[in-house]
Design a protein around this ligand. Structure first.
Ligand code: NI
Length: 258
């Protein structure tokens, strides 16, 4: 069930049986010469809606912009400041909390969203801890689809170190599956492998400013061999993500620890 495609009586009826909602988090940023600028939003929304089908969960509107300042030297990127995303998430959650939702499951498709989303969750908890919010306590879970164990196994098996960090073959494969006509020919050479130290320091898209980032990664890919992507991989990755996330969502609603 997709919130935007529902009516208010349908949402009211849904709330009689569930207080949970899935919120897809994406980004609008370059994904290398062959990846779509909407890759992170397309992947997050597709996984969220597929898991929502399996779990009988309501799926809210995709937040299709996130912090991506490091990609602003590539045309077409639209970036929010981290503080903007924090405020948008707080307003999104508080709006639905007003309706009666208590369990918020974020399905994330962009590394740069992770830190601001945790900050927003802490701001929401702080409101209650400081006595400014008397309503029912709110519960949150944040998952990036590629971190789900079953998905991680597939992408390691298919791509190994060629998965890299940005414009990954796994995310591009999902867009190729969802939008078959969008596939571009990709004869790009494999980029240099990233060092373990680089991957650790830059986790969560903790990158430099836009000029420095483009100078460091001239074609926009960060260690990712995008040419390995195949639509059939995307189909398998999506199926694994939806199944694992639906199971994780059920555990979340049941109060089991992450
Ligand atoms: Ni991405």
């Amino acid at each position: 069930m997709v919130l935007q495609h529902a009516t208010w009586p349908e949402v009211e009826a849904y709330l009689q049986r569930s207080r949970g909602v899935v919120i897809p988090l994406g980004s609008t940023e370059q994904h290398g010469p062959t990846g779509l600028i909407g890759t992170d939003s397309i992947t997050a929304e597709t996984v969220a809606r597929a898991m929502g089908e399996l779990a009988g969960a309501l799926v809210g509107p995709t937040l299709s912009m996130g912090p991506a300042q490091f990609n602003l030297a590539f045309p077409g990127t639209v970036s929010l400041r981290p503080t903007t995303l924090i405020q948008v998430i707080i307003d999104y959650v508080q709006s639905l909390a007003r309706s009666g939702f208590t369990h918020f499951y974020f399905m994330n498709g962009h590394g740069g969203n992770v830190a601001p989303t945790w900050c927003a969750i802490q701001e929401l908890h702080a409101d209650r801890s400081l006595g400014r919010e008397a309503a029912t306590p709110l519960q949150f879970r944040l998952r990036s689809w590629w971190d789900l164990a079953e998905v991680n196994d597939i992408r390691q098996r298919l791509y190994g170190a060629g998965e890299g960090m940005h414009a990954t073959p796994s995310e591009i494969a999902i867009t190729q599956h969802v939008l078959p006509d969008s596939r571009r020919p990709d004869k790009l050479p494999a980029p240099a492998l990233l060092s373990p130290g680089f991957i650790k320091f830059h986790a969560g898209d903790n990158h430099l400013d836009a000029q420095a980032h483009r100078a460091q990664f001239p074609d926009g890919r960060v260690g990712s061999n995008s040419g390995l992507a195949r639509p059939e991989h995307g189909e398998a990755l999506l199926a694994a993500a939806a199944t694992a996330a639906a199971r994780d969502y059920a555990a979340f609603l049941a109060g089991e620890p992450a």
